[in-house]
Design a protein around this ligand. Structure first.
Ligand SMILES: [Zn+2]
Length: 436
């Protein structure tokens, strides 16, 4: 841990601004030798490849001998026995949450932990994510910790702490009475897990406030109270009127931001799609008609499978059946061609950060994806959801966000739970012993 942090700090010192008169130092060049390379685009791994990096960017990728001849005196990192792949992207996390299997777990964090304390814990969550190979996160709301995600992102970008590239949504939105903390005496003014807002005009103002304070995305809760209808569909109660949801989406889009909707049941997904959101979160109740609408509207889906399975037993009630329903709907959505829009998203923080968020991969494969399709969901597809064309692939011109595993993730996807090498923007955050 400490060694990793010091390496990151040392690189930052080396990259500190130089006086205006001094000649600009040439960017550092690094050659990575890759035993096997999954580049995020090709459908097969390629053997004996090499990647040449200058500063924070990839400048060449190809057969080892070819790239080596251009490398000159570049520093060499030998991953010749490993499988190298793009840095992983998790498009649904909560760095300010430390697991909420039960309502009590959640309430305790909001009632007994200050925002500074929760933020300190978030700095460990982002470090854990990075060391597990996740070089970019879309963090989908702070659960009552206000704009602390913006501060964590700033600290990472300034090199104060190690962590992934952060795309943050700040406070999220839900209407009065529809989001915890709930169930306390009406005499008490309780903290709220979101920015409680009603009515189109106030929602527009809340979106402006969140964007003004640093939100990269806007998130709202489209539904709650999930139930299974007699026809077997997973349905739900919708939180907002159409006019309210449209106000959120229109205002966010007007300000150049995209919108993520928590929507679990058929009704919530239906309403969110009518409003024109950009991503559906959880989406357990996806049916073929909704899949077709998502494809034609180019809406992404973060299925967050593992968290559902992880909390099902503790939550009881309908949750164990929801796991089964999502399993069937996931397989159906893959077959029906939603693949280009299924982005890896885990809801990490909904379970403790001691659980590796890479466990989602094994579920995706078990539910109907090939290992390569699951990897693509966390690389190229994840980058497309984020509108980040320089992420998610190992190609010239992309940012040097690169990870490696010892085994072959195409034959055992759980290899991604044991990432042994992490580079972000050309800086090594986790090294292979003996390689440096
Ligand atoms: Zn979530």
């Amino acid at each position: 841990m400490r060694r990793t942090f010091l390496m990151a700090a040392a690189t930052l010192v080396a990259a500190a601004p130089v006086p205006a008169q001094a000649p600009a130092a040439a960017p550092k060049r690094v050659l990575i030798l890759a035993g096997h390379l999954i580049d995020g685009t090709s459908d097969k791994a390629r053997d004996n490849q090499a990647i040449l990096i200058e500063g924070d960017s990839i400048v060449a990728v190809g057969p080892r001998a070819e790239v080596e001849s251009r490398a000159g005196g570049a520093e060499r990192i030998d991953l010749g026995t490993m499988t190298v792949l793009p840095g992983l992207i998790d498009n649904h996390t909560h760095i300010l949450l430390q697991g909420d299997i039960t309502a009590q777990d959640y309430d305790d964090q909001l009632l007994k932990e200050s925002i500074p304390y929760r933020t300190i814990r978030a700095t460990m969550a982002v470090r854990t994510a990075l060391e597990n190979g996740f070089t970019a996160l879309r963090d989908l709301e702070t659960e009552g910790a206000m704009y602390a995600d913006v501060d964590v992102k700033r600290a990472i970008n300034r090199g104060v702490i190690p962590g992934p590239r952060m795309f943050v949504s700040t406070r999220a939105l839900a209407p009065t009475g529809m989001y915890p903390l709930l169930g306390y005496s009406w005499e008490l003014r309780m903290p709220q897990g979101v920015q409680i807002t009603d009515g189109p005009e106030d929602l527009r103002k809340a979106v402006r406030e969140q964007v003004g304070n640093g939100a990269d995305w806007i998130k709202f809760y489209a539904d709650r109270r999930y139930f299974i209808a007699p026809d077997g569909r997973l349905r739900s109660w919708v939180n907002y009127t159409d006019a309210e949801m449209q106000a959120i989406v229109q205002e966010a889009h007007r300000l150049g931001k995209k919108v993520a909707a928590h929507a679990i049941g058929w009704d919530g997904i239906d309403a969110a799609l009518r409003a024109g959101v950009n991503s559906i979160e959880h989406g357990d109740g996806l049916t073929p008609d909704l899949v077709d609408r998502m494809k034609s509207q180019q809406v992404y889906w973060c299925p967050t499978i593992y968290v559902g399975a992880y909390v099902a037993e503790g939550r009881g009630g309908i949750w164990p059946r929801m796991v089964e329903i999502e399993k069937a709907n996931f397989g159906e959505a893959v077959k029906r061609g939603l693949l280009p829009f299924i982005a890896y998203g885990t809801d990490a923080g909904g379970y403790a950060w001691s659980e590796n968020q890479a466990k989602e991969f094994a579920y995706m494969v078990r539910y109907g994806m090939t290992p390569m399709q699951a990897i693509t969901s966390a690389t190229a597809t994840g980058a497309r959801l984020l509108d980040q064309p320089r992420l998610g692939r190992i190609m010239p011109g992309k940012l040097a966000d690169i990870v490696a595993v010892r085994g072959d993730p195409l034959s055992d996807i759980t290899e991604l739970e044991r990432v042994g090498f992490v580079m972000k923007g050309g800086t090594v955050y986790k090294g292979v012993s003996g390689e440096r």
